[in-house]
Design a protein around this ligand. Structure first.
Ligand code: ADP
Ligand code: MG
Length: 528
């Protein structure tokens, strides 16, 4: 197919002087337009005074136009799917709970689930949930087949890079407009650079939740990590909320919230004290809690951190995400969805969903985006845990199969944020040390085989590396969407709102811009 030949010829050939000139233009554009990171913590004064450009790809990456459109289209179905999972308490109890689910062996998931269960028993007052989602994909082209779209994971909490990806797309469009990349490739045409308005889209989601809460004077709370370096991805959402919707944002860490957050015992209205804010009488009411934190166990160092999380959950504010929606984004849920009939139960069961049931073709489209997965604790049927083996310590079928197929697998625990997975040849030694009871917390996933041949110039700030390094690369596409749902009297609202490309050196197993493994990129649509 045409895109395969584009890839092997990518990037087009330019002279060193041209690459240098483009690199200067790219980094200068990044610095001019907020495509930035704060410098590493040891170089940060308490009041920010400098920034470095984000890691970047010099060229946009070729991507088949039809697959890109397809990925955007199926996001609508994914939005609905995850909203239904988050509302299916029995399903989440079974898969993530502490009785027989992952929460039994994974302390972090267990704590979140237990807190959520208690709050449910006591009665939650806010039926609405807001999800700002990102579904991540790689192209799959084993043994030179034409590529298809395969999902890496679905993010339901702290889906990042909306703002920076929009700016990266704009940077590539600018480089093309300004230099036409020295006419190096006929693929670099204006209409091959798709629009990316992710910030406006994500902000519309937050503003819609705010409106549903129905108090114009309320603020949106951004829950953030201490020492966050990725603020230039977060602040633009804040600026747009104020500019377009006159909605104010307050940013706080869990530690700050432990001192500042209170609930009205009657109404469960969440208020945050903020003595510095002149517009208020010492505290503000919160309409929506947007978590850009709270997804990793290290963020919950003490019981007080869980206490704060549960206090926010108990409140009347709309949570993005609710604990239910966070749990729905677990890798274990992703695995369970691949089992026969599970996806269909969420989407196509007409007795359950009536007119809101999806057509078979729409459901099949999602299924086709799945790779094979199984739980490490399972027996021969690949579904039921092999309790005998887990107790005796013998190897159950799921583990034996993972050993056998190790070169084509990745193992994943219930974690987010990068750096947690075990790949290929590291799998056998890892399985040797994994306590049998912990097998339940892990899934095995077949590796996606991206098309080979594409290279790019990767630009990182700092030290001697302030230059473009050519490397063979793999690009991961993310599609953003949002959904507001949960109130039985009103229909859910959902949208697909934009995209992201992260590109990594081929030899690296992981992606992850924040963790230093990859760079921000954008798509160049190619036909065929
Ligand atoms: P996290 O929640 O830590 O981001 P991911 O599931 O996204 O975990 O995995 C991290 C990275 O590992 C991905 O960005 C991708 O580069 C790589 N990866 C994950 N699953 C697969 C897979 N099935 N095939 C190929 N690469 C994968
Ligand atoms: Mg990921």
């Amino acid at each position: 197919m045409a895109s395969a030949s584009v890839l092997s010829a990518w990037p087009p050939t330019l002279t060193d002087a041209q690459i240098h000139a483009l690199t200067v233009q790219a980094t200068t554009y990044a610095l001019s337009n907020g495509l930035l990171y704060l410098p590493p913590a040891e170089r940060q004064p308490p009041i920010p005074e400098s920034a470095i450009h984000a890691p970047l790809a010099l060229f946009p990456s070729p991507f088949p136009r039809s697959i890109f459109e397809h990925a955007k289209r199926i996001q609508r179905t994914y939005n609905v799917l995850y909203s239904r999972i988050a509302q299916h308490e029995q399903f989440l109890d079974r898969v993530m709970g502490t009785e027989n689910g992952v929460g039994k062996v994974d302390d972090f998931i267990g704590q979140l689930w237990t807190g959520w269960k208690q709050l449910r028993d006591e009665g939650l007052v806010q039926p609405l949930h807001l999800g700002l989602f990102r579904s991540d994909y790689l192209l799959h082209a084993p043994s030179g087949e034409s590529p298809s779209l395969k999902q890496v994971e679905f993010n339901t909490i702290s889906s990042s890079f909306g703002a920076l990806s929009e700016r990266t797309a704009a940077m590539h469009r600018y480089l093309n407009a300004s230099t036409q990349y020295y006419n190096a490739s006929s693929h670099l045409k204006t209409d091959s650079f798709p629009e990316n308005d992710t910030v406006a889209g994500l902000v519309e989601g937050l503003a819609t939740a705010h409106k549903a809460y129905n108090n114009e004077k309320a603020y949106i709370l951004f829950v953030v990590q201490p020492g966050e370096r990725n603020i230039f991805d977060q602040r633009p959402l804040e600026y747009k909320l104020l500019e377009k919707y006159s909605i104010h944002v307050i940013r706080q860490t869990f530690d700050e919230l432990a001192l500042s957050a209170t609930l009205d015992p009657e109404t469960r209205v969440l208020r945050i004290s903020c003595a510095t804010d002149l517009h208020t009488d010492g505290s503000v009411e919160i309409s929506t809690v947007y978590f850009r934190a709270g997804y990793a166990p290290v963020e919950y160092q003490t019981p007080a951190h869980y206490h704060t999380r549960f206090l926010l959950e108990r409140s009347r504010a709309i949570k993005c995400p609710s604990i239910a929606l966070q749990l729905a984004g677990g890798k274990k849920v992703q695995e369970v969805l691949t089992r026969s009939g599970v996806l269909e139960g969420f989407l196509s069961d007409e007795t359950k969903w009536g007119k809101a049931a999806f057509r078979k073709e729409e459901v099949d489209e999602l299924r086709e985006s799945f790779m094979g997965m199984w739980g490490l604790d399972v027996g021969q049927d690949m579904i039921t845990p092999d309790h005998d083996a887990l107790e005796s310590g013998e190897e159950n079928f799921g583990v034996r199969k993972a050993r056998e197929l190790a070169p084509s697998l990745v193992l994943k625990p219930q974690r987010e944020g990068g750096g947690n997975n075990v790949y290929k040849e590291s799998i056998p030694a890892f399985l040797d040390t994994l306590p049998p009871k912990d097998r339940q917390a892990w899934i095995a996933m077949e590796l996606i085989v991206p098309p080979s041949g594409a290279s790019n110039y990767l630009i990182r700030a700092g030290g001697d590396n302030q230059r473009a390094v050519k490397a063979e690369v793999v690009s991961e596409l993310g599609i953003f969407g949002w959904a507001l749902f949960g109130d039985e009297s009103t229909d859910m609202i959902e949208k697909e709102v934009g995209w992201l490309v992260r590109t990594k050196g081929k030899e690296s197993n992981e992606g992850g811009v924040a963790t230093g493994f990859s760079v921000l990129d954008s798509v160049l649509l190619v036909d065929g």
